[in-house]
Design a protein around this ligand. Sequence first.
Ligand SMILES: Cc1cc2nc3c(=O)[nH]c(=O)nc-3n(C[C@H](O)[C@H](O)[C@H](O)COP(=O)(O)OP(=O)(O)OC[C@H]3O[C@@H](n4cnc5c(N)ncnc54)[C@H](O)[C@@H]3O)c2cc1C
Length: 435
Amino acid sequence: MQKIVIVGGGAGGLELASRLGRAGLDGVTLIDRDRTHLWKPLLHEVATGTLDDGVDALSYRAHCARVGIRFHLGQVNGIDRERRELLLAPMLGTHGEEVLHARRVAYDTLVLAVGAHSNDFGIQGVREHCYSLDSSLQAQAFHLELLNRFLHVQEEGGEEECVTVAIVGAGATGVELAAELFNAAEMLAHYGVERAGRNGLRVVLIEAAGRVLPALPEAMSQRAQKVLVSLGVDLHLNTAVQNVEVNGVMTKEGAFLGADLIVWAAGIQAPSFLAHLGLPVNRINQLEVEADLRVKGEDVIYAMGDCACLREAPSTAAPAGRLVPPRAQAAHQMAKYLAELLIKRARQPAKVQAIKPFAYHDHGSLVSLADYQTLGSVMDDVMHGRFLIEGPMARAAYLSLYRQHQLTLHGPWRTALMMLASGMNQWIRPSIKLY
Ligand SMILES: Cc1cc2nc3c(=O)[nH]c(=O)nc-3n(C[C@H](O)[C@H](O)[C@H](O)COP(=O)(O)OP(=O)(O)OC[C@H]3O[C@@H](n4cnc5c(N)ncnc54)[C@H](O)[C@@H]3O)c2cc1C
């Protein structure tokens, strides 16, 4: 029996593990350092409390038991490539005591799907003073602090006092968070924190490029900027951060932008342990992979999702070949591709399989500005161009992305039940997490 081990149960790894389990493959193991999974594009909603991860998160152990694969809780920190074993760090309890010793897990085929986290670019003060939306725990920590700040203003604040949140990086994460914060502040006012609301919140959005959503089409960033300005977001474009202090951000232009809470959402990098495995990595620690997602120079080690660097074959539009972007839709497509490849190989090991290279299909981008607006730039496969959608149509497309992830994990019946439950929750539970 072939031992297939997947490290990282995120947008890509968990989909791959679920597909392999459902196909009836024996010997599949998933390893994650966390006990639960929440689809990462939802983290800005956890950070504002508009989504309760206690309700939406999935237990790895329960899910793996259901789809027929093994689950190991643990943080991988090395690979013994000669013996084909993964090295897991000791697991510590809440008081620092060792719950599990350092362990080894054997593999025949290894898939690394450990994602990426925000990149501080070595800027002083980011680690110490900023929140990032890299995990549910960090998003929850931000949410609790946000509630505390509003509570302080409500109970003890001066007349003019409000809560100021600075967000560094006006990519999709920063822009979505900015809008969602206003939505959350309005909801809090409804639940008796009257000093919240739009006037009780100040959001400072800082971006080094000349426009918000710099990686997306200009028309989309113009629309998003209009919504943000109408909400009262204090936009600082063409502004680079020099260093971060406990109470604000110093810009390279010498201005100090004060804030109660600071979120760092500028760029990503893959986990640093990847750079110490003796495998080829780029400057942000992503593993360089071939067109079949095998790590360059390796026979049985694959990488996918945000931790993989794949340059597509040159084309007329991109003579140097485009890099597959670190996005949920890329992780989803890679999971589907690798599942087909590994299932074929497991079922017909003796036969040399001719495998088509992975091809990324960009279906466009969607950005949710909470209840205020949803924008999308969608690829038109017939016209080979992009067009902009907004409003209910864009909202439906945005929501369908998460439903697609759920469908892959749970199948149609369970997903339908989950949709029903979440619809009922809107009636039963408060519309924002208040603890
Ligand atoms: C706030 C936010 C909003 C986003 N919005 C969008 C969006 O709207 N559309 C879009 O396409 N993309 C979006 N993205 C990007 C998208 O979430 C990622 O591209 C996608 O999650 C990548 O999937 P992945 O499987 O590679 O990694 P992840 O989903 O990050 O999963 C990695 C997994 O690996 C585990 N792990 C990490 N290190 C170890 C280790 N050493 N040992 C064991 N386990 C480990 C982690 O616990 C995690 O479960 C967003 C990202 C963020 C943060």
